[in-house]
Ligand binder design. Structure first.
Ligand SMILES: *[C@@H]1O[C@H](CO)[C@@H](O)[C@H](O)[C@H]1NC(C)=O
Ligand SMILES: *[C@@H]1O[C@H](CO)[C@@H](O)[C@H](O)[C@H]1NC(C)=O
Ligand SMILES: *[C@@H]1O[C@H](CO)[C@@H](O)[C@H](O)[C@H]1NC(C)=O
Ligand SMILES: *[C@@H]1O[C@H](CO)[C@@H](O)[C@H](O)[C@H]1NC(C)=O
Ligand SMILES: *[C@@H]1O[C@H](CO)[C@@H](O)[C@H](O)[C@H]1NC(C)=O
Length: 276
């Protein structure tokens, strides 16, 4: 009986949460969707892979040409192999300006053989300081893994290989701001952050190990795209019930996914700003 319920939950989870995404699984054409906005010469396009490189001269980055409000964005990344201490690889979404909103995945490198950490953060109206850090249950340098943002008016979910590692729930009724008024572009970058990234900044980037390379592929964006001629974001992307992510099934995590999140928090959470 229990296992039947479990299977049913998995079925609902698969059908509910990802059917739309899987049906539309065609990946975005990188050069159509993104532009290179920092050190284009450090970005190498190889078949369906985009290699972001860091050396002692520069890091690099890309940004989507369009901005989005609500939906889902994922990418597969294979992180810098070997000694990646001092480096950060980022997959993030951000709006512009000092009162910007931002959602971050930041992958903090480490010396060879020591584990990467994934730092997530959320800025609302220019204020961040909501860091969480997780260890991963696999070596993210050996193969590609999928990192995704899911975002609607009720919650923001950070997923790793479709497993939720973090949920930020809309608590506006308690006076906590929630990012729902600013469209964000989707971005990726690699840079040197050896003043803080690895073991609290104690381990510096060893430049004799450059070139540092993180590889991105399989960009998948299923989100409300803000048309440039529109300034009424909410009329365009904020209308209820227009998109799949507004269905009640996506107001929060279902039971199966809540179990997954609990497992991740119990086994892999290493830092949470709320638990200081
Ligand atoms: C992606 O778009 C560019 C520019 O439109 C085009 O030249 C290229 O062939 C496309 N690549 C693929 C894999 O479709
Ligand atoms: C950067 O690295 C290159 C290649 O290792 C080296 O020749 C050069 O001296 C370095 N430059 C600086 C400013 O460290
Ligand atoms: C956003 O921050 C600015 C100050 O940086 C403040 O004036 C404004 O009221 C804030 N917006 C909201 C919705 O709280
Ligand atoms: C790097 O490895 C050390 C030692 O295992 C660990 O304490 C640390 O959390 C790891 N990650 C980072 C980003 O420092
Ligand atoms: C940097 O890497 C080189 C080559 O592996 C090694 O000889 C050197 O000791 C490293 N430097 C530091 C500061 O760890």
């Amino acid at each position: 009986m229990t296992s039947n319920i479990y299977l049913l939950e998995i079925a609902i989870f698969v059908l509910g949460f990802f059917s739309v995404n899987l049906d539309l699984a065609a990946c975005a054409n990188f050069s159509e969707v993104f532009e290179l906005n920092w050190a284009p010469h450090h970005i190498i396009s190889e078949g369906d892979q985009i290699k972001l490189t860091l050396d002692n001269i520069s890091g690099c980055g890309f940004e989507s040409k369009k901005k989005y409000l609500f939906g889902q964005a994922s990418v597969q990344i294979k992180l810098i192999q070997g000694d990646s201490a001092g480096t950060v690889t980022a997959f993030y979404m951000s709006s512009e300006g000092t009162n910007h909103d931002e959602l971050d995945f930041e992958f903090l490198g480490n010396v060879s053989g020591e584990p990467y950490l994934v730092q997530t953060n959320i800025y609302v109206n220019g204020t961040g300081n909501r860091e969480q850090r997780h260890a991963l249950w696999f070596d993210p340098t050996l193969d590609f893994h999928t990192y995704s943002f899911f975002w609607n008016r009720h919650c923001i979910v950070f997923l790793v290989d479709r497993i939720p590692i973090r949920v930020f729930t809309n608590k506006e009724e308690n006076g906590v701001l929630f990012p729902r008024n600013q469209a964000m572009s989707i971005r990726g970058s690699v840079w040197n952050a050896d003043d803080w990234a690895t073991q609290g900044g104690r381990v510096k980037t060893n430049w004799t190990h450059a070139l540092f390379v993180s590889t991105f592929r399989s960009f998948n964006i299923d989100a409300c795209e803000l048309l440039p001629e529109t300034d009424d974001i909410l009329a365009q992307c904020g209308k209820l019930s227009r998109f799949w992510w507004d269905k009640p099934a996506f107001d929060g995590l279902n039971r199966h996914r809540s179990h997954q999140l609990k497992w991740v928090r119990r086994r892999h959470l290493v830092y949470d700003y709320r638990l200081l």
